[in-house]
Design a binder for this molecule. Structure first.
Ligand SMILES: *Cc1c(COP(=O)(O)O)cnc(C)c1O
Length: 452
């Protein structure tokens, strides 16, 4: 019986899909300059990104070619498998068919190298010598370390201090691939020094690390910044996942009724979902789109859809997106990743247009779903991906109740081999659900700037 679909190399996608030209008229709004409130032009991003990437960020083209050198490196692990989770189906006794696209087979163990490789390529083409970037637990930093190594660039990674101290393995991985890894906040940047002045013991946060990395890039000519999620060009590069998956579903003779993924900044979900959403936008198909997030950082389910900063220190332009406030930091006991305070503007717009839904889960139910999946299918999922698994299991059980043979497709964005201490906490009963951080969210939302 058919279990796994692999594409031949010669059928791999040669372009990325840009959803922007297919979005309803007026559904997207440009980023704004925080001081003037005027739309920022492409030139405002020039200190940080090469012009080729800026043009992708604002491109009206539906298809953008994947450069041959990028395609060649993708082939080190792509096409990734599309797998039918028959053992999970049986364990749930559901009439639904469950398929997953497995991105954990990349060298870094997640979908993130899909954009890291592309970004390193465009920066090298532009003559850049070094990339500065931030990382939380290390998924993005390790992907960028891999990518810069492949293109002969240097890499400086500002790693959130609490993760730097508690999760040495990802740091070592980055160092194996030749990156310099710093515990953020550092004393190398004005942003870092300012945070340390107020709180020398600061555990750091993604927002702070973003401020440091972007300052490093803006103040050094041969250095650019790179972001692992949220921005349009990052989501664009991830669509290689969905483009491949469309071909694989076709080979399997199937088409999904429901497309599921987890959302932190929104890139892996957009990567799988947007190439299918094209068929919903054109009116050709009815598809349900569902994304899962943690209840401790409920950006889409509880946040506001408004203009806010992308970083803690208010140095980025303002983006129209779902946000919990730019200085929101999820509670320390939260173990499952997906901690960013805001959501990709494109995902936010798609939600706002009623094209997709989101759901929030507590961490113990997420780990329970991850363990069930590992016991059925063998693969130990990243805790982030387990949010998608939880949503998939819930949908499959609904199908059982209603006797519906729906086809569910989800993105297994990465493996969990570096998350054993979180699994250990869960298995020993020490992982607890937090109360929804209502007070914290109210405080941070009060600081969202009033625009437009
Ligand atoms: C980073 C990461 C995510 C969250 O980022 P998105 O931009 O929302 O995809 C999800 N899963 C894994 C495995 C990750 O490393």
């Amino acid at each position: 019986m058919f279990i796994k679909t692999l594409l031949n190399e010669d059928r791999m996608p040669t372009s990325w899909y840009n959803i922007v030209p297919d979005m309803p008229e007026g559904s997207l709004k440009p980023p704004l300059h925080p001081a003037t409130g005027e739309p920022v032009g492409p030139d405002a991003l020039e200190p940080l990104f090469p012009m080729s990437i800026i043009m992708q960020e604002v491109s009206p083209e539906r298809h953008i070619d994947i450069p041959e050198e990028v395609q060649e490196i993708y082939k080190l692990w792509r096409p990734t498998p599309l797998i039918r989770a028959m053992r999970l189906e049986r364990a749930l006794d559901t009439p639904a068919k469950i398929y997953f696209k497995y991105e954990g087979v990349s060298p870094a163990g997640s979908h993130k190298p899909n954009t890291a490789i592309a970004q390193a390529y465009f920066n090298r083409e532009a003559g850049i010598k070094r990339i500065a970037t931030e990382t939380g637990a290390g998924q993005w930093g390790s992907s960028m370390a891999l990518a810069t190594e492949m293109f002969g660039l240097e890499c400086t990674v500002y790693m959130v201090k609490v993760s730097y101290d508690q999760k040495p393995y990802r740091r070592i991985m980055m160092e194996v691939w030749g990156a310099e890894v710093l515990a953020s906040p550092t004393d190398r940047t004005n942003s870092g020094r300012k945070i340390l002045e107020d709180d020398p013991e600061s555990p750091g946060s993604l927002g702070i690390a973003i401020s440091e990395a972007s300052e490093d890039a803006a103040t050094h000519d041969d250095c650019n910044y790179s972001l692992g999620s949220v921005l349009n060009h990052v989501l664009l590069h991830q669509t290689v996942v969905g483009e491949e998956c469309r071909l694989q579903m076709e080979m399997a003779g199937e088409y999904p009724d429901i497309v599921i993924g987890c959302i932190g900044g929104g890139s892996n979900y957009a990567g799988l979902a947007f190439p299918f959403m094209r068929d919903k936008l054109s009116g050709e198909k009815e598809i349900e789109f569902l994304a899962a997030e943690p209840s401790s950082c409920p950006t889409v389910t509880k946040g506001a859809y408004t203009y806010d900063f992308g970083d803690t220190l208010c140095s980025t332009p303002l983006f129209l997106m779902h946000t919990l406030g730019h200085d929101f930091i999820p509670p320390g006991i939260h173990a499952g990743g997906l901690r960013y305070h805001a959501m990709a503007p494109l995902i936010s717009a798609v939600v706002n247009q009623g094209l997709m839904d989101a759901v929030a889960y507590n961490q113990t139910e997420v780990f329970e779903a991850g363990v069930s999946f590992a016991r059925a299918e063998g693969i130990i999922p990243a805790p982030e991906s387990s949010h998608a698994i939880k949503a998939t299991i819930d949908k499959a059980l609904q199908c059982k109740e209603k006797g519906e043979e729906k086809i569910i497709l989800f993105n297994l964005s990465g493996h969990g081999h570096f998350d054993m201490s979180a699994y250990d906490q869960f298995l020993s009963g020490n992982l607890v659900d937090y109360a929804y951080p209502e007070e914290k969210i109210r405080e941070s939302m009060a600081k969202i700037p009033k625009m437009g």
